[in-house]
Ligand binder design. Structure first.
Ligand code: SF4
Ligand code: SF4
Length: 94
């Protein structure tokens, strides 16, 4: 999973310092040669464990520039465990 920066990027630099895992590089270091910022897909964790949503996208002033598709499908949260999955309070030892 990773976010993607598309060619609407205006190279403003707002995203790069927001990344907790240093997955973002500027246009000079973009391995594709495009004159836009770039996210290393093998580094980006979509901010899971760091922020509720991708911090780079929150910081980005260009709407629709940073996209992703799988946020929210992270491992089940304890709130997702239903009551019937919990103990029925029957004592194990009587
Ligand atoms: S989603 Fe988070 S981890 Fe991924 S590039 Fe953006 S700031 Fe970095
Ligand atoms: S914040 Fe958005 S527009 Fe600015 S450099 Fe990052 S991806 Fe590009």
């Amino acid at each position: 999973m990773a976010v993607l920066i598309n060619d609407t990027c205006i190279n403003c630099g707002a995203c790069i310092d927001e990344c907790p895992v240093e997955a973002i590089v500027d246009e000079d270091d973009n391995p594709t040669g495009e004159e836009i910022y770039y996210v290393y897909g093998d580094k980006c964790v979509e901010c899971v464990g760091h922020h509720d949503e991708p911090a780079c996208a929150t910081a980005c002033p260009t709407e629709g520039c940073i996209t992703w598709d799988a946020v929210g499908e992270s491992p089940s949260h304890r709130d997702d465990i239903s009551d019937d999955m919990r103990s029925d309070h029957t004592p194990v030892v009587e």
